[in-house]
Design a protein around this ligand. Sequence first.
Ligand SMILES: *Cc1c(COP(=O)(O)O)cnc(C)c1O
Ligand code: SF4
Length: 335
Amino acid sequence: MKLILSDSDSRPLWKQQLSSSIESVNKLLRILEIDPSILNLSEQASEQFSLRVPLPFVEKMTKGDINDPLLKQILPIKEEEEVHPGFSSDPLEENTANPIPGLIHKYKNRVLLIGAQTCAINCRYCFRRHFPYQNNKISTHQIDSIINYIGQHEELDEVILSGGDPLANNDRTLKNLIEKLNTIKHIKRLRIHTRLPVVIPDRINHELLEWVSNSKRPITFVIHVNHPNEIDETLKQAISQLRSAGSMVLNQSVLLKGINNDTRTLIQLSEKLFNIGVMPYYLNVLDRVSGSAHFEVSEPEAKQLIEKMMINTSGYLVPKLVRERADKPYKMPIK
Ligand SMILES: *Cc1c(COP(=O)(O)O)cnc(C)c1O
Ligand code: SF4
């Protein structure tokens, strides 16, 4: 499958791909040659958190396979309507660690800057699926108060751009933001959490590489890949360019039932990541956000999977199994 984009469009290729992302379930299933009636689709789930998937990610799915591990990450289904005790709309209570709009300061030395309101892809299991992005829109004025806050908090040494997806912003905006962060003396490291290189590899273009390689502070990228099928030649090239620009690239995954909860898949994922120059960082157990209970893998099963990984592969290919908790000053290792 190859998508055709118009030659007359002068926007960068990644922007065209972003705006031609698929938002209709029927259109997606037509491309994948799947009969919608054999799936337990949910209108309600779609309305609550819409389908959104860029074509380069769809191209990595297998036609006709209703159990495709990439398709399952994005398709709104009936199970999301179920109500489960312990699952809520803000499981991490981020609303309480939100000192000024656009900033989450929960851990001591590092802050999250909500660098964008949208993602290139809507992942069904996402803990931010109910996040009040509307209250966290960043205007130029707010950027100034964020920079001001970071400047006043000398205990901070790292700023993490998160989202939404920070790379959904254009390069001029990002370049300006990075330049401002670079002026704060106590900030030693910058980090970008993004799924864009995975779902639209063309996002890693010349303009981006320029501000990355010119940043005074090193910029680490944490990408988000859950399944080995998400890794292909185009991602490999994007990563290789980021590394040539001086960045370290790490990966975090979410442990998802029916998608990656078996040792073979997890080891293959780590090996493929390593082969393209990405080190496994975190394997997160699911955040208990309402609508995602059907993806949950129990802690005992998660621990067993990690133990089997430790037996069968090199130590540095085993990600840290962690749970994010509202009341902890770091991501809780599951031991
Ligand atoms: C995950 C997270 C971070 C980054 O934590 P690391 O363990 O350094 O990767 C920072 N702030 C918040 C609120 C987070 O959820
Ligand atoms: S924040 Fe990450 S996990 Fe959530 S929808 Fe966006 S890309 Fe997916």
